[in-house]
Every structure is written in C-alpha cells, then in structure tokens.
Design a protein around this ligand. Sequence first.
Ligand SMILES: [Zn+2]
Ligand SMILES: [Zn+2]
Length: 331
Amino acid sequence: MRQTLEHQHRLFDVDEALQDITSRRPAMTDIATSFALLQKARLDAQAALPDSPLLDGDPDLAGLPHGRPLLADFMESLATPAKTTAEHFRAAAKVILPQAAQAFPKLAPDLARLALLLDSPGKAPDEGVQLAASLLAAIAPAKARNTAESAGATMEELATRLGISSPALHMTATEGLLALLTHASARLLPQVDNDIWRRGYCPVCGGGPDSGILKEAKEDSEFLIAKAGQLWLHCSQCAALWRFPRMRCAACDCEDPQRLELLLAEGDPRSDAERVQLCHDCKSYLPTLNMVDRTDRINLEMLPISMLHLDILAQKRGFAPMAPSPWNTLT
Ligand SMILES: [Zn+2]
Ligand SMILES: [Zn+2]
C-alpha cells in the first residue's frame, strides 16, 4: 500500500502536508504545526534507533489467525520493561525532547529537565535507564500493570517525585514509546498476511485506527476490481496499515448498514473525499479519506490532523474517536 502510493508519487513529506493543511484550513495552523513537529521528531528518532528488534527471537506469526498482534508480548512486558527497551526509549527521547519543546513551548522547561535526568550525566548511567523504565511502566496497558508483580509508580507519583509536570512526563513517555513501535513496525508489518487479518486493531502493536483510507483495488491477487475501493486502516500507534471491510465498524464489528452513517462537512470542497464513518451501535467514529479516482497527494501520518474538522463534527453529535489522543480529544 505504502509502496503503491510511493510509486504513484502520491506521498507528501510532513512539511508539504503541513503547508497543504494550513493553506486549506488556517484555523488549524497552530495544532497542525505542533503535530508536524512531533511527527518529524518521531521520524528522526527512528533513524537514531538501533536496528535490534524489540523482542528476542522471531515474532510469533502463529498468533495472528487468533487475533494476537505481533508485539503483544512486548506490550505486556511494558509494566516491567527489559533493560534494552529502556535503553532504546532513552535513545528515542534524546532526539524527541528538544523538538517536543519546540512544539509545546510551555512545557519546554520541564522537558529540558527531563532530558537531563534521562541523560544522567556524571551519575550512574543506570539512573537514566531506570527513569526510562519507570516512564514506560507508567503508560503500560492497564492489564499489564495489574498482572505485574510490582505495579510501579503512576505518572502522578513520578511527577511529584521528580518535580516535573505530569503532562510533560506523559508526552515524553508516549512519544518515546510510539517511536519504538513505529520503528519496529516497519520491520514487522511485511510479515503480516493481509488476507488473514481482518480486525479493528493493528496486527503489529494492537493499537486502534486513527484514520482510514479508501484506495483502488488493483492487486494481482484480486479477482474483482472493487470500484468502491478497499479500506485500509492506519494505526494510531505504529503507523501500520491493514485491510478492513468497508461497511463494518472497526470498534464493535457492527455491519448493519442502518446503524452505520457517513458524515461529511457540508459545503466543504473536499467533502467528496473526506468522510467520517459513525457507528450508532457503539457511538464511535473513524475519519476516512477516499483516494479512489483522485490524484491528491497525502501524508499518512498527517492524515488524522488533516481531518480534524470532521472530529469536531462527529464529537458535536456525541460520537467518540476510536483511538483517543490528546489531538482528537476535543472539549
Ligand atoms: Zn500498530
Ligand atoms: Zn461500532
């Protein structure tokens, strides 16, 4: 998919996508600029990360038919992260923190202090690694935290102990983890058989979709070329793309056409391509871009922020995003 788009010269880099968004929607300039800075930081962090895999040994492909994502073991290990995981996180945070400070100037002093603590110059090198492990443990999935022998400090406890605001800690922990997942996903995703996986969550990391993209179906393996296009979901955590049935809710698997609704921004010149699918069963929504018969250029990672106006419309009607994030949690 990603390759196909590249071959069609249809991918923007982050800066081009940002320019495209701000020229079309000036009101989104601030939020899109901050989002773009973090996307670029994530790309830089991936380039700085060592090539060694997050998991020892080969990924467990046998779990895929049963709905078990390739990084399920890794996600479960986050409550008590391995030392190499904490070291990778530290390497990613080193790259991300200065750029995150640019994106969020109010958090800059806190982020600078955290960068120093993670680097722990002149101290035992393990202190930075231990802090990295504590940050990861604090955002580990609740299930992993509950089953771990010692739950580790919560983000609020860490904030009090370190004297650093919990939003700064939370952003660092999240962005560092997303960089690790995205880095691992680039290597793991090609091992996923797209004909096996039809779930509403990511086959690599288990994350929910932050957007969908409809594209022409012209793969050799297809007997029929579906004119309406194939739906691919974009992972909110690791940027993987995977196929999913078009007329099904990714959150609850509802397939009742009476319960699914397509919402568009009326009067918007792009409303023929940018849609949001609402599910009346579970009250969740997914912004979707239709690329069938279109020549637009896009950046997949900037897609969620380019359709933020649709989040606003959907949330006004009482629907919730499938992958809530600080960006789409609107008040
Ligand atoms: Zn993922
Ligand atoms: Zn649903």
